[in-house]
Write a protein that binds this ligand. Structure first.
Ligand SMILES: *[C@@H]1O[C@H](CO)[C@@H](O)[C@H](O)[C@H]1NC(C)=O
Ligand SMILES: *[C@@H]1O[C@H](CO)[C@@H](O)[C@H](O)[C@H]1NC(C)=O
Ligand SMILES: *[C@@H]1O[C@H](CO)[C@@H](O)[C@H](O)[C@H]1NC(C)=O
Ligand SMILES: *[C@@H]1O[C@H](CO)[C@@H](O)[C@H](O)[C@H]1NC(C)=O
Ligand SMILES: *[C@@H]1O[C@H](CO)[C@@H](O)[C@H](O)[C@H]1NC(C)=O
Length: 467
């Protein structure tokens, strides 16, 4: 071999070796980067905190809170936790807008681990009901888009909105006091709705700065996490860390949305008018949006972005494994063939979209896997009923052996890896076939609306309880 050839071979070997070395270095750097982020190890694993299971989620209106509620319902179901649910005479909310009282809680759903249905927050009552180590969480949304959504959703219910000529948001803001009556039924949808939901005084005048400041501070004291609807996935990452949950626990499908034709864009002067009309909500939002971003920065924005990517990827996989390739399954309510999956429609003018199940769902899935898919998209009113029924059955079966003040149930244990989010089903309970008779509140129940059809469990559409 000539010297030239030997030299070339030497150069080639050096290059390859250098590349390999660089590659290793590169991988090492990536690994270090990942190690800087909180890991996504699966439970149980030594040294990993057990999942926190006592959660109070204060559900606010028109803030993506229905999606959060569905997530919490599913977490409770797969982990055999108890969800506090309203007595039947309260509808699917805790007699909102009356101030929350433990009398509104169905006795078969006590003592609870989780509470999430709509309520008008009263701290003392809730703290008496929930275990001492309960973590309080809520969610807020940018006041402009939130008010536009409230105005559209409740335009037939809330008198303050019904009075407005042509249902025009612009007309409302030309003279809000002409249409708004602070003490009227449903007035909480027309001003400072978040403040009201959180137990505050929605009609405190803007000049009362002391009140606004004290109220923000009080919310900050009670709630460990205030999620922000505009940064929903980022908020979920914080939630996951706060509760030591797995990625699989925070997968979701968006629920209770309007069709895009029901949404209106705001004229340029409106956002400012909305903000000053809802001055308390605005103050809360600005404060907690800033605090969300401080918390995200503390976790490391790169780590947060990575987890958000993993979340979206896992979500896509889950949707595909549940509903096949024909995405999205979003339908307007009238198009949903399965009546039981139709979300409640507030009025003829607003179209709330839902999901329909593909005919194919049952193929190749166990019934519990089907159940998991169904639960991702089942509207809140129907899910509340299903949960009350299963919990009532469990209550009757086990009330004589259950410890009366069980605040630390068996810690849930996950069996799937965080990055593989196919529908892996474990510990899910089949829905009851037989009707359960509710008791405890004087109201007798109607026969069970749960039917079993073709191996698919279908809760029958509820009577609308109004809002
Ligand atoms: C939930 O309850 C079922 C039935 O009692 C049981 O088999 C399962 O292990 C429980 N799951 C968890 C996570 O505790
Ligand atoms: C909860 O706190 C109250 C008051 O501090 C205390 O009396 C009670 O024993 C606590 N309960 C539990 C389960 O820790
Ligand atoms: C309501 O709409 C009609 C038709 O679009 C219009 O003529 C009328 O001026 C509107 N009224 C108000 C108060 O905006
Ligand atoms: C929320 O806060 C972040 C960080 O301060 C800011 O960039 C963003 O514009 C805020 N979002 C809204 C909708 O106000
Ligand atoms: C069921 O799914 C298969 C593919 O998985 C598809 O070819 C078939 O057309 C589907 N059937 C119905 C009724 O949608």
């Amino acid at each position: 071999m000539s010297q030239k050839k030997i030299f070339l071979v030497f150069v080639a070997i050096s290059t390859v070796s250098l590349l390999l070395h660089q590659g290793v270095n590169f991988r090492w750097t990536m690994e270090a980067f990942h190690m800087g982020c909180p890991t996504l190890r699966s439970h149980p694993s030594p040294g990993l905190k057990p999942k926190h299971t006592n959660v109070a989620f204060l559900k606010t209106h028109k803030t993506a809170s229905t999606t959060m509620q569905n997530l919490l319902f599913r977490f409770a179901e797969w982990n055999n936790l108890t969800v506090a649910l309203p007595i039947q005479s309260c509808g699917h909310q805790f007699c909102y807008p009356r101030p929350f009282s433990s009398r509104f809680v169905h006795p078969h759903t006590m003592p609870p681990n989780i509470i999430t249905n709509h309520m008008h927050f009263t701290k003392g009552e809730l703290q008496r009901l929930m275990p001492n180590n309960t973590i309080y969480i809520t969610i807020m949304r940018e006041p402009g888009s939130m008010f536009e959504s409230l105005f559209g959703y409740y335009n037939q219910y809330c008198q303050s909105f019904r009075r407005v000529p042509n249902g025009s948001l612009e007309a409302f803001f030309q003279d809000p006091w002409r249409y708004y009556r602070p003490d009227e039924k449903d007035s909480m949808y027309a001003r400072n709705t978040v403040t009201f939901d959180l137990g505050g005084d929605k009609d405190r005048p803007p000049k009362d700065k002391v009140y606004a400041k004290a109220f923000v501070a009080e919310v900050e004291r009670v709630f460990s996490l205030v999620m922000i609807a505009e940064y929903f996935d980022e908020s979920l990452v914080l939630l996951r860390h706060l509760l030591s949950w797995d990625l699989d626990d925070i997968l979701y499908v968006k629920l209770n949305m309007r069709t895009s034709s029901s949404k209106r864009s705001l004229t340029p002067d409106l956002p400012e008018k909305i903000r000053s009309w809802n001055h308390l909500d605005t103050r809360l939002y600005d404060h907690f949006n800033a605090s969300l971003w401080r918390q995200l920065s503390a976790l490391g924005l790169a780590c947060v972005a990575r987890e958000v990517r993993l979340l979206r990827h896992a979500q896509e996989k889950l949707m595909r494994s549940c509903f096949g390739e024909r995405l999205p399954l979003v339908r307007s309510a009238a198009q949903i063939k399965n009546k039981d999956l139709r979300p409640w429609q507030p009025s003829g003018k607003v179209d709330i979209v839902g999901y329909d199940l593909p005919i194919n769902l049952s193929q190749g899935f166990s019934s519990s896997a089907q159940d998991r898919c169904l639960k991702l998209i089942i509207p809140e009113v129907q899910y509340t009923r299903v949960l009350l029924r299963t919990q009532s059955m469990r209550y009757r079966r086990g009330s004589h052996i259950r410890p009366p003040q069980q605040t630390h149930p068996q810690q849930p244990v996950r069996t799937t890896l965080p990055r593989h989010s196919q529908v892996v089903v474990h510990h899910s309970q089949p829905l009851p076939l037989a009707p359960a008779r509710e008791s405890g509140t004087g109201s007798t129940s109607t026969p069970s609306p749960v039917t079993q059809a073709q191996g698919r469990v279908i809760p029958v559409a509820p009577k609308n309880s109004g809002i």
